[in-house]
Design a protein around this ligand. Structure first.
Ligand SMILES: Nc1ncnc2c1ncn2[C@@H]1O[C@H](COP(=O)(O)OP(=O)(O)OP(=O)(O)O)[C@@H](O)[C@H]1O
Ligand SMILES: [Mg+2]
Length: 332
């Protein structure tokens, strides 16, 4: 095995989040399925933006949030994702580099603008997302650097990459390079509707061992196996993948392998302000621990801590120094 330069490299849709508070009626009027991610076109994006209350803009993107979290914990990390050479594209690039993440995907010079996700946060802290993929549509296999992929211990991919037209080719190429070099390939299922769109392909990737480490929340897992029975889904998962991490919101999380299950409670939070990024930051904590060779249960605890930080404020990028936080809580 060649030397590693990164603990984790992530590939995902590069997105800037546009967040605002909203009430339940707004979601109903706009026909937005609460708690999920819907894909929208530019016209709808404009209509939503005009109807939203005051907004805050924060860099986002599921895998990008995770990778930023890994770097904030002190891991070495890189990200691959497409933005356009426009104002939001520069915001995204600046923010991810400010988190000490290596980011060198060339910006698109023409075509659609940088991706945005319009996020409505209801008083219960739940987030509902509407994504205009824009320039993220144009990620291709040419954006994958073999040298970068093979120098990372873990390759982390988001299921959302199945939505852009050609990103899945990049995904498959990167996974091949990682495995040729003895690396671990991790995938997050991203969203229950996303699982619904690509169930057969995701199951294929898991069963043909393209994926070694799977992240899912409870609804994504149930959607994957088309069952309402959580325990049955976990047993199916146990047979299909080497390691799975399943998050269950306030009920905490578990790691499942062929012959063991370990669970941790959620880390207590005073108030869930905005759940955006809970799953992403949970993955960050787990991946950091995994890359450093910590016992799985300690990695789960780090995940729970990082998730608790990000749901205590608006936006999916941590506001507190995660490394300090982990130190204060005796986890690092
Ligand atoms: N209400 C909550 N109270 C405490 N911790 C929570 C709560 N919701 C989420 N968490 C933490 O975040 C982790 C991930 O949450 P969840 O299972 O909801 O992921 P998710 O649905 O992928 O989140 P999202 O997609 O909104 O980022 C949980 O395992 C837990 O540690
Ligand atoms: Mg999620």
């Amino acid at each position: 095995m060649s030397a590693t330069r990164y603990d984790v490299i992530g590939i995902g849709n590069a997105i800037v989040d546009v967040l605002s508070h909203s009430d339940e009626e707004f979601l109903q009027r706009q026909k937005m399925p609460k708690g999920s991610m819907s894909l929208i076109d530019e016209k709808r994006a404009e209509a939503i933006y005009n109807a939203m209350g005051p907004v805050v803009e924060v860099s986002g993107g599921s895998a990008a949030n995770t990778i930023a979290g890994v770097a904030m914990l002190g891991g070495t990390a890189a990200f691959v994702g497409k933005v356009k050479n426009d104002e939001l594209g520069h915001t995204f690039a600046r923010d991810i580099r400010a988190s000490s993440v290596a980011y060198s995907t060339p910006m698109a010079e023409s075509g659609p603008s940088t991706a945005r996700c319009y996020i409505l946060v209801t008083p219960d802290g739940q987030r509902t997302m509407n994504t205009y993929l824009g320039a993220a549509q144009d990620l291709t296999v040419d954006d994958i650097s073999v040298d970068e992929i093979r120098s990372a211990k873990v390759l982390y991919l988001e299921g959302y990459l199945w939505d852009p037209k050609r990103a899945k080719e990049a995904f498959v190429k990167a996974a091949g390079v990682a495995h040729d070099n003895g690396r671990t390939v991790a995938l997050t299922l991203s969203d229950a509707f996303c699982v619904d769109r690509y169930r057969k392909e995701f199951l294929g990737l898991i069963r043909n061992k393209t994926v070694d480490l799977l992240f899912a929340n409870e609804t994504e897992l149930k959607s994957l196996y088309e069952t309402g029975d959580f325990d049955a889904a976990v047993e199916a998962l146990r047979q299909d993948v080497s390691i799975a991490v399943v998050t269950r919101s306030e009920d905490g999380a578990m790691v499942v392998t062929r012959d063991m299950t370990e669970t941790v409670p959620a880390f207590p939070v005073e108030r869930v302000v905005d759940s955006t990024g809970a799953g992403d930051l949970f993955a960050a904590g787990f991946l950091y621990g995994f890359a450093k060779g910590l016992p799985h249960v300690d990695s789960l605890r780090l995940g729970a801590l990082c998730a608790a930080e990000v749901i205590s404020h608006m936006g999916a990028r941590p506001e507190r120094n995660l490394r300090d936080l982990a130190n204060e809580n005796g986890l690092l």
